[in-house]
Design a protein around this ligand. Structure first.
Ligand code: T5A
Length: 204
């Protein structure tokens, strides 16, 4: 059986990923292909517990980075690799690029340290495609404030923080243009959905 595809979705908080992952999941399932829909932090019972800590508790950026990779290692070993091996497509709301964007770009952790953790835990394992939803942090903040509640620990960060995160994502995309698929997240949901359908339909 052919190995499945591993697609990740990235962007600053409120960029519109969830909306589009729903649509892409429907498209792939309509071709009778198994889809494993997952997210980071999270994706396993242990990872979901770590998610609760990461989104709720104050901690140093270094602890935060280690916890993201601890949850990710479980996720890759228990869920992602087995799903790909049986031919499923894995759609993950965030993966390692988020650590480079948020912990390195946003919080100033060393990129070399993150690279070392990535090499140790993932041994070169990477998504086949990463869809990057690029959005002005001002627009993203407006979208987030239209939702109920005060948001998690990350969503309460400043606009300057999200500007650095966005720049770090764009830098990663520029360094690896073959893997990244850019989406202008200011387009309407219909336009973005059509772009993703056009991109992925030939793969089905
Ligand atoms: N994190 C994560 C790290 O710091 N390091 C890491 O390594 C990892 C893996 C996760 C947090 O953890 C951080 C990053 C995050 O801060 P989360 O709750 O999973 O937290 O947060 P998000 O993944 O950002 O989820 P969000 O729900 O905030 O954002 P989405 O999914 O991008 O946005 P979505 O689809 O919910 O849409 C937001 C709003 O905009 C509207 C929607 O209806 C919704 O109201 N919308 C649009 N409006 C106009 N035009 C469009 N095209 C629209 N698309 C959606």
């Amino acid at each position: 059986m052919a190995r499945g595809r591993f697609i990740t979705f990235e962007g600053i908080d409120g960029a519109g990923k969830t909306t589009q992952i729903d649509a892409l999941q429907r498209l792939i399932e309509s071709a009778r292909i198994e889809v494993v829909r997952t997210r980071e932090p999270g994706g396993t019972p242990l990872g979901e517990k770590i998610r609760g800590l990461l989104l709720g508790d104050e901690m140093t950026p270094r602890t935060e980075t280690l916890l993201f990779f601890a949850a990710r290692y479980e996720h890759v070993e228990q869920v992602i690799r087995p799903a790909l091996a049986r031919g499923a497509w894995v759609l993950s709301d965030r993966f390692t690029d988020a650590t480079y964007a948020y912990q390195t770009g946003g919080k100033g952790m060393s990129g070399a340290d993150v690279e070392a953790l990535e090499a140790w835990t993932l041994d070169g394992f990477q998504p086949d495609v990463t869809v990057l939803f690029d959005l002005d942090p001002v627009v993203a903040a407006q979208r987030r404030t239209s939702r109920a509640g005060e948001g998690d620990r990350f969503e309460r960060e400043s606009q300057a923080f999200f500007t650095r995160v966005r720049e770090a994502y764009l830098d990663r995309a520029q360094r690896d243009p073959k893997r990244f698929l850019m989406v202008n997240a200011e387009d309407t949901p219909d336009v973005i959905q059509a772009q993703l359908e056009k991109e992925f339909k030939p793969w089905l």
